[in-house]
Design a protein around this ligand. Structure first.
Ligand code: ACO
Length: 462
C-alpha cells in the first residue's frame, strides 16, 4: 500500500516567525556577590564581564517558566493553538527522568492533542537542537496541513557554593517556527563539533541535586576548541557548496552561547582568528602562518586584541540580557538575537546575515547562519517584544547576596522533601507568571498563574 499526499508546494525561508523571552523578577548585583564571597573587586564584573544575575525562588521550576513563556508567545502573537503541529522543548533542567516538560505544556493546547515532539537534552545545546528539529518538522510537514511548530528553551542555572556560583542565571525563550519567517535559519549549512568530554555534567546519584559537577578549566578549553572546530567545518561546508567568498565579514552580527560575556569575547576572538587562518590572510599585520594557540594565555590575549573591532560592532552590543541575567543555559545564545532585534543596527536598509555558535558541555556544538528579513511583516512585532523585554530588566527587584544564598538553600530543602514550596521573604513574580503551588506524596506538581505581581508567595500587589 502507498499513501497519496496529493500535490504539495515546497516551503521556503523556514525559521523564527515569533519570539518571547521570560526571566525571573529576582536578581542580585554581581558587585554585591563579589563582596559577599570575599573575592577581589572586579572578578565577576570585569573578569567574567557579568553585571547582574537573575534567580528563581522555590515556587518556580522548569515547567512553570516554560508554561509562562509559551503562554506569552501564544497571547502576544495571537497564535491559534490548533495551528501548532509540533512542540519541542530544549532544556537540561530536569525534574523527572521520564516525563517530559513538553507533556506539561499540552495543558496550554486544549482540544489539540495532535502535537508531535518531546524534550531534547544536552546541557546548553538542547535549545539549538530543538530549534533545528522544529525547522526540519516544518520543512517536511507544513505543506500537509499548514501547521507550524513551537520551540521552548528554558533553564534554571544554579551552582553549588564556590567559584561557579556567580555564573548562574535563569530564563526561557519560546519561538514560533514557520515558513516565510522573519528570521529564516539556513540550517542546511549547520556544522557541528561533537565529542565525549566530562567538562560539566549532572550525574544521577544517591542524593538529588540541581547543581552540576563542573571542571571549570576543561569547560573553558572545550568551548574554545568547539568554536574553532565548528567554524572550520562550517567554512569547509560553504566552500564545498560553492560559497567561496563568505567570511566573518559577511555577517552583521555574531551570537555565541554565553556562560559569561568574557567567554563570548574569547570565543569571538578564536572565531575571528580561525577565519583569517582559513583564508590565509594577515590580521593587522600578524602573519597567521605563525599559529596562535587558544590554550595559551598570551596567544588568546593577542587574538582578543586582533578582534577588538568585530567584538565592538558585531557581538558586544547584543549581550545586554546575558550581562544582566547571567547564564540561562539553553536560551543564552538566542537572547542575543532578541537584543539585536531591538537595536538600531537591525533597522538599517537591507536584509541582515547573522551567525549562531551553540555550545553544550559534554559536548555538543554547532555553527549555523540565519537572516533577518527586513521585508517581513512580523519584524515590527518582534522588535516591540524585544524592546519591552529590555525595559522589563529595570522592573526587577534587587536582592542581597545573603537573600540569594538563603533562596538557594530553600531550593535544596524543597528538592529533598515533598512539601509545599517555602518561598523566601520578599521574592517576587511578574504578573501573568506560572508558579508551583504544591507537590503531592508522589511528587506530582501543581501550578497556578499569578494575575498581579506576587510578593512573599501570597501577598499580592499590582
Ligand atoms: N579584576 C578583574 N579581573 C579579575 C579579577 C579582578 N579583581 N580577579 C580575577 N579576574 C579575572 C581572571 O584573570 C580571569 O580572567 P582571564 O581568565 O580572562 O584572565 C577571570 O577573572 C576569572 O578568574 P578565575 O580565577 O579564572 O576564576 P575561577 O577559576 O574562580 O572561576 C570559572 C571561573 C572557571 C569560569 C567558574 O566560574 C566556573 O567554573 N563556571 C562554570 C563553568 C562555565 O561557565 N564554563 C563555561 C562553558 S560551559 C557552560 O556554559 C556551563
Amino acid at each position: 500500500m502507498s499513501f497519496n499526499m496529493g500535490p504539495l508546494t515546497p516551503v521556503t525561508d523556514v525559521g523564527i516567525g515569533a519570539m518571547e523571552l521570560y526571566f525571573p523578577q529576582n536578581y542580585i548585583d554581581q558587585a554585591d556577590l563579589e563582596k559577599y564571597n570575599k573575592v577581589s573587586s572586579g572578578k565577576y564584573t570585569i573578569g567574567l564581564g557579568q553585571q547582574q544575575m537573575g534567580f528563581c525562588a522555590d515556587n518556580e521550576d522548569i515547567v512553570s517558566i516554560s508554561m509562562t513563556v509559551t503562554r506569552n508567545l501564544l497571547e502576544t502573537y495571537e497564535i491559534l493553538t490548533d495551528s501548532i503541529g509540533c512542540l519541542v522543548v530544549g532544556t537540561e533542567t530536569l525534574i523527572d527522568k521520564s516525563k517530559s516538560v513538553k507533556t506539561a505544556l499540552m495543558d496550554l493546547f486544549p482540544g489539540n492533542s495532535d502535537i508531535e515532539g518531546v524534550d531534547i537534552k544536552n546541557a546548553c545545546f538542547g535549545g539549538a537542537q530543538a530549534l533545528l528539529h522544529a525547522i526540519d518538522w516544518v520543512t517536511v510537514n507544513h505543506q500537509m496541513d499548514n501547521k507550524n511548530a513551537i520551540v521552548v528553551i528554558a533553564d534554571i542555572a544554579i551552582y553549588e557554593d564556590g567559584p561557579a556560583r556567580c555564573t548562574g542565571g535563569a530564563g526561557a525563550i519560546a519561538f514560533l517556527i514557520c515558513p516565510d519567517a522573519a528570521i529564516p535559519i539556513d540550517r542546511q549549512f549547520a556544522a557541528c563539533h561533537m565529542k565525549n568530554t566530562w567538562d560539566f555534567f549532572k550525574p544521577i546519584s544517591s542524593t538529588s541535586s540541581e547543581y552540576p559537577v563542573v571542571d571549570g578549566s576543561l569547560s573553558l578549553a572545550s568551548y574554545l576548541e568547539a568554536v574553532r572546530m565548528t567554524y572550520t567545518h562550517f567554512m569547509e561546508k560553504l566552500v564545498r557548496h560553492g560559497n567561496k567568498d563568505v567570511s566573518i565579514e559577511s555577517f552583521d552580527a555574531l551570537f555565541f552561547h554565553s556562560p559569561f560575556t568574557k567567554m563570548v569575547q574569547k570565543g569571538l576572538a578564536v572565531m575571528h582568528y580561525t577565519d583569517a587562518v582559513l583564508r590565509g590572510e594577515k590580521l593587522n599585520g600578524v602573519d597567521t602562518e605563525t599559529k596562535l594557540d587558544e590554550n595559551d594565555r598570551a596567544s588568546l590575549a593577542k587574538m582578543i586584541e586582533l578582534s577588538t573591532l568585530v567584538w565592538k560592532n558585531k557581538t558586544d552590543p547584543y549581550l545586554i540580557f546575558n550581562r544582566r541575567i547571567g547564564n540561562m543555559y539553553t536560551p543564552s545564545l538566542f537572547a542575543q538575537l532578541l537584543a539585536y532585534l531591538a537595536s538600531d543596527n537591525c533597522t538599517t536598509e537591507g536584509d541582515k546575515n547573522v551567525l549562531f555558535f551553540a555550545y553544550g558541555s559534554g559536548l555538543a556544538s554547532a555553527v549555523f547562519p540565519g537572516r533577518v528579513r527586513r521585508s517581513s511583516s512580523n519584524l515590527e512585532k518582534l522588535r516591540e517584544v524585544a524592546l519591552s523585554a529590555i525595559k522589563r530588566l529595570d522592573q526587577r527587584h534587587r536582592f542581597t547576596a545573603e537573600e540569594f544564598t538563603e533562596t538557594l538553600k530553600l531550593r535544596e530543602t524543597f528538592l529533598h522533601s515533598n512539601e509545599f514550596p517555602r518561598i523566601p521573604n520578599g521574592t517576587v513574580l511578574f504578573p501573568n507568571t506560572f508558579c508551583l503551588t504544591s507537590m503531592d506524596e508522589l511528587y506530582r506538581r501543581k501550578y497556578a498563574i499569578t494575575e498581579c505581581e506576587v510578593v512573599n508567595g501570597n501577598g499580592v500587589h499590582s
